[in-house]
Design a protein around this ligand. Structure first.
Ligand code: SF4
Ligand code: SF4
Length: 589
């Protein structure tokens, strides 16, 4: 069998394809995004992005109930969004296999929080497979579909960023299983979750749990490796790899099935070693459950393991009093690279003007969160997808503008607006709210890698054929202005986000109109999808006032005498600085 280097996400896609999955659906979110982007390359699987994770889960559940195997992918915070249908599906069951990929992000490399999705599996009492390398991503995905059908339940496949994005060797079969669609049959007691039926399904879930607990004791993905009799470590996922590196002599119980736990096998393992430990990252998922089974756990001898953040081998070695291996000291002479909007970014002028207005900005999830950092400091809350618009309304109810003298402005990106901003805005409209809401339409889902979304009309299939937002995509693009008007917003305008005077004037007018709700759609393509470069401007007779530098373009800096200078290697000729110099010193010649 040939071996291939694959990331965890690519291996999951390979496993889903080989398992005969017919539908793949999800919402882009790091670190899960590449899974569907790899799966869509197989023409015999239909894949699509959904507006949000709840919709994605429901699409996958509909496909599974109708009889075809379905994969649904999302990051950990997406599981929160999908929690409603997820919990119901845990009761109804699935018919054909339904696998939910939940991708966690310990250390919040690209997330607003750190959370462990396995708690959801335990909460819903559905099986959870925990992958430790790409080969397991491949094998467990295949097995997950079988488990799903065997126990008539959704199955969670749990990965972390370290597994999702690390390439390791995989030996795939390379052939697709011929899986015929299962028959669909009406089954109202099973699929209509009204109280009388839901009560009966509760008993089914109880029976399923007992069957799953019996299965866990013999599940081949739970692996005991006996080495030292002194130390035994219970672990899973990427942490297993770290434990093997940090404590090579320790015996290990690697939990491939993270829910339910094999109570007897764990007790036997604990009894086989002098001291049994749980090593896990950013969570007490295993330790709390293992202790609840009555198994005594020891504490690491040299200090506690961190309770937050991604675990690393050196942290495990330190906790167990092992010497750290010698390594080179990190370089200290690297130039700083603070996070910043790209040169030419269409968000820059909006945040420059919001700063000038001293607005209280309720922001949202996307690359425009960078409006919170220097030199803008013009984004004051970022909570969850869609929260910007509803929180602006909440601030209005608290009379924040009256009490501070500062306008309140909600700011949301196009993809996030489609994800869950529409219902947020509807709440404001419905209740007669006022204020200013900005939709930053940069024509793409930029932060996760320029995926399609309902606003730009780029389908996942379009993307797989390299059709982008500027190339006549085949999906139906949402008309933001028409939608806002249809929802009842009378004051809605579209503004060129690259035109400083227009941005300034639109924000000034909207924030001054305190008797109504104003929506501004700032439109201009993200630099990642529009790579065109204009001529670099020239600076003459600079008065060193710094106004242009304060727009925060990485291509603009200051010489020792304070005058502005342009780095021609970074400049894209967007003219934002040309518009920003109050003395007309920056020109295109
Ligand atoms: S034209 Fe000015 S603002 Fe635009 S990339 Fe070049 S230096 Fe930056
Ligand atoms: S805004 Fe104009 S005068 Fe001020 S530093 Fe920039 S180029 Fe010089």
């Amino acid at each position: 069998m040939d071996k291939h280097l694959m990331s965890g996400n690519e291996a999951i896609a390979q496993g889903a394809w080989e398992a005969g999955a017919a539908v793949g659906v999800g919402y882009p979110g790091t670190p899960s995004t590449e899974t569907l982007e790899a799966l869509v390359r197989h023409e015999d699987v239909y894949c699509e992005w959904s507006p949000n994770e709840k919709v994605a889960f429901e699409v996958a559940l509909g496909a599974a109930i109708a009889g075809v195997r379905s994969l649904v992918t999302m990051k950990h915070v997406g599981v929160n969004v999908a929690a409603d249908p997820f919990m119901a599906a845990a009761s109804t069951g699935v018919n054909a296999g339904l696998v939910l990929l939940a991708a966690d992000d310990p250390s919040c490399y690209s997330s607003q929080n750190e959370q462990d999705s396995r708690f959801y599996a335990a909460f819903g009492r559905i099986p959870c497979l925990d992958v430790a390398d790409s080969q397991e991503c491949y094998e467990m995905t295949r097995a997950a579909f079988e488990l799903s059908e065997r126990f008539d339940t959704p199955v969670m496949l749990h990965e972390t960023m370290r597994i999702a994005h690390t390439r390791t060797l995989v030996s795939p079969a390379g052939t697709r299983e011929a899986v015929a669609p299962r028959d669909y049959a009406d089954d109202i007691p099973k699929y209509v979750m009204m109280p009388a039926n839901a009560v009966k399904r509760r008993a089914v879930v109880d029976e399923r749990q007992a069957a799953l607990e019996a299965y866990a004791e013999t599940c081949s993905f739970n692996k005991v490796e006996h080495r030292s009799e002194k130390i035994g470590v219970i672990c899973a996922g990427a942490v297993y790899q770290h434990v093997r590196e940090a404590l090579p002599e320790a015996s290990t119980f690697k939990l491939g099935l993270a829910w339910p736990l094999p109570a007897r096998a764990l007790a036997d393992f604990a009894a086989s070693v002098d001291a049994c430990y749980v090593v896990e990252e950013a969570s007490d998922y295993f330790s709390s459950r293992v202790r609840a089974l009555g198994i005594e756990l020891a504490e690491p001898p040299a200090g506690a393991l961190p309770v937050a953040g991604e675990l690393k081998p050196e942290l495990i070695r330190a906790a167990f009093g092992e010497a750290l291996p010698a390594h080179l000291a990190p370089a200290t002479d690297l130039p700083p690279r603070p996070p910043a909007f790209c040169p030419g970014c269409p968000h820059r002028l909006v945040f420059t003007e919001l700063r000038r207005l001293k607005a209280i900005v309720t922001g949202d999830i996307g690359c425009y969160t960078l409006g919170a950092v220097a030199p803008y400091g013009a984004c004051h809350t970022v909570i969850d997808m869609g929260a910007s618009l509803s929180m602006a309304h909440g601030m209005e109810l608290a009379r924040a503008q009256e009490r501070t003298g500062r306008p309140v402005v909600g700011v949301i990106g196009d993809s996030t607006f489609a994800h869950s901003g529409i219902t947020s805005m509807l709440g404001t409209i419905y209740n007669g709210g006022t204020g200013t809401l900005c939709i930053l339409d940069n024509r793409t889902t930029a932060m996760t890698g320029t995926q399609g979304n309902p606003v730009n009309g780029v389908t996942l299939t379009d993307s797989s054929h390299k059709i982008g937002p500027l190339d006549n995509p085949t999906g139906k693009a949402l008309d933001l202005l028409a939608l806002c008007r249809a929802m009842g917003v009378e004051d809605v305008v579209e503004v060129d986000a690259q035109d400083l005077a227009a941005v300034r004037s639109a924000l000034k007018a909207a924030t001054a109109a305190t008797d109504r709700l104003s929506v501004i759609v700032f439109k201009a393509p993200c630099r990642l999808i529009d790579r065109s470069r204009g001529k670099e401007p020239t600076i003459r007779n600079c008065r060193a006032c710094g106004a242009c530098v304060r727009i925060g373009c990485p291509a603009l800096g200051r010489a020792k005498d304070g005058t502005a200078v342009i780095d021609p290697t970074q400049c894209v000729g967007c003219d934002q600085c040309v518009q920003s110099c109050p003395f007309g010193c920056i020109t295109k010649e």
